[in-house]
Ligand binder design. Structure first.
Ligand SMILES: Nc1nc2c(ncn2[C@@H]2O[C@H](COP(=O)(O)OP(=O)(O)OP(=O)(O)O)[C@@H](O)[C@H]2O)c(=O)[nH]1
Length: 507
């Protein structure tokens, strides 16, 4: 790996760890604290040893969170298996064989992957529908809902009723094992009550959608990825450290033996010199020189043997270092693609799938600069859902989340592909309109406002009117993104003051 590509990798690692660690927050307070330390250390440019110590501290917490995840996964698997058994025991109904086998293999393949749980729950729902919809041989076929889930006034069919109760209870059992932030307490209890009351498959899909949503909140989609990611990062750092340490040791020992040999040789040459100086006759001089030469020759042989041995070791360590570098080059490629995936995740808001505030902050400065440099107009709109708190208060947080997912879809429906929308935070969305004057942006945002106002949002079966207020500002030649946002936000405030459900703008 070249120095510049390793620098690049380190920079990417830093950036990615900082951002990825933000995603982990909120799952476990202790893990949050360690992850925050890692982020700070990396941002400050701490060395590999320090970061490794911090990663080691994170390990037991990650293991704990992994164990909890495993427990939840096992519970999901056994619940789904029991539910399949339950369907099997239905009198007069037949679980479609191929679908059942397919579902069982899906469970086997995916029970440990939390991102696949919604898919498993949905597949179960389909299997249940198809089973309960299967006609008894001597009964005429009729529509699924009318036949299975009693028409109004019909007495519930005992088996269907029982099976619904058991399905609902199984999912209540799953819900009891989710550890959710207390913010969701009311939603969990509402959902459990709704599941308890539920007697028809008709309402089950919607209820299961909410179960799925809460499961996703509880497991935190990123938790499992983060665990894998941190452990891979740990291995990379350990391998870099090991290589550097072993090459430093072998370098040290080589220079030590060279120094030892030099001083030994020097002593022997000096001794010989003195002995020759003080020798009186030719015979004793000859035998003295013979002796000394033997000693010097032995020393040289020893040194040569030592050198050969050390060269062998050095060449072994060089080839192992080379292998490591090759392996790291390979790992870098997969790490790089994983990092890119992480970066994309870190830039996306998980509720709405829109680019988030971090993405906005990365994009807005270059966008403003290019518009200013090319003297093109640009506008920024800050949109805020009106009285959103009362949606949460009246219908619950889950309903609020649903509205938060639907509103941007309505907004998107009237935007052009060059308009850039972000979820800025809470119930606030920001739209950048490149190449647009204030007049043009006023017209486009008026369409946005109308698209939301005229949509009857369906919350728990009832239509609810939702509106948004929008503040708009046009970018000035030398203006910073922060100043532009502030001016648009001020217009939003004025729109709220003037009665909401309106657009206000300024040049
Ligand atoms: N369900 C849900 N609610 C959120 C989320 N983020 C923020 N909120 C809620 O959004 C509400 C924002 O309320 P406020 O800022 O007081 O204002 P508002 O009720 O929208 O009224 P105005 O802006 O004055 O029209 C708060 O109740 C927050 O709890 C979220 O991700 N999901």
């Amino acid at each position: 790996m070249t120095e510049s590509s390793s620098d690049e990798l380190v920079t990417m690692l830093r950036k990615a760890v900082s951002r990825t660690s933000m995603l982990a927050e909120g799952n476990d307070p202790k893990l949050d604290a360690v992850v925050r330390q890692i982020r700070q250390a990396i941002t400050k440019g701490a060395n590999a040893d320090d970061i490794q110590t911090l990663l080691k501290n994170a390990e037991p917490l990650l293991i704990k969170s992994d164990e909890e995840q495993q427990k939840r996964a096992r519970l999901l698997r056994s619940t789904l298996e029991e539910l399949v058994d339950l369907l099997d025991k239905q009198e007069g109904k037949r679980v479609p064989h191929t679908e059942k086998k397919k579902f069982e293999s899906q469970i086997r393949l995916h029970w440990q992957t939390s991102s696949q749980w919604p898919l498993l729950i949905k597949s179960f729902l389909t299997l249940a529908e198809n089973t309960l919809n299967s006609a008894e041989p001597d009964q005429p076929r009729s529509s699924f809902l009318s036949r299975l889930f009693q028409r109004e006034g019909d007495a519930p069919r005992k088996n269907d009723h029982e099976v619904m109760t058991q399905i609902s209870h199984s999912f209540i059992g799953l819900m009891n094992n989710l550890s959710l932030p207390s913010l969701y307490d009311d939603d969990v209890s509402d959902l459990k009550n709704a599941l308890k009351r539920n007697e028809s498959l008709q309402d089950l899909p919607e209820l299961l959608d909410e179960v799925i949503h809460l499961i996703m909140v509880a497991i935190g989609k990123t938790q499992e990825n983060l665990t894998k990611y941190l452990s891979q990062l740990n291995q990379q750092l350990a391998s870099i450290n090991e290589s550097i340490t072993s090459s430093a040791i072998s370098h040290k020992s080589l220079s030590k033996s060279r120094e030892g040999f030099n001083s030994q040789l020097e002593t022997q040459v000096n001794d010989t010199f003195h002995a020759v100086k003080h020798s009186t006759d030719l015979d004793s001089l000859k035998s003295l020189i013979d002796d000394r030469l033997t000693v010097i020759s032995n020393t040289m042989t020893d040194y040569k043997t030592q050198m050969i041995e050390q060269e062998k070791q050095a060449s072994q360590s060089i080839s192992s270092l080379k292998n490591k570098v090759v392996r790291m080059e390979k790992d870098t490629v997969s790490l790089r693609s994983m990092l890119q995936e992480k970066l994309a995740q870190a830039m996306t808001d998980s509720l709405t799938d829109l680019p988030n505030r971090t993405a906005y902050q990365d994009a807005i400065l270059p966008l403003c600069k290019i518009m200013q440099k090319t003297s093109k107009p640009m506008c920024l709109a800050v949109c805020d859902i009106d009285h959103f708190k009362s949606v949460n208060d009246t219908w619950g947080h889950l309903a609020g989340d649903k509205v938060l997912r639907l509103v941007p879809k309505q907004i998107r429906s009237v935007l052009k592909k060059e308009d850039l929308m972000f979820r800025y935070g809470g119930e606030e969305f920001v739209i950048a309109f490149p190449n647009m004057t204030l007049e043009q942006a006023m017209a486009r945002t008026e369409l946005v406002r109308l698209a939301v106002a005229k949509t009857p949002f369906n919350v728990q079966g009832e239509p609810v009117s939702i509106s948004i207020s929008i503040g708009l500002a046009q970018l000035e030649p030398e203006e910073s993104p922060e100043a532009l946002f502030e001016r648009a936000d001020k217009q939003l405030y004025l729109a709220k003051e003037a009665g909401r459900n309106r657009v206000m703008g300024t040049k």
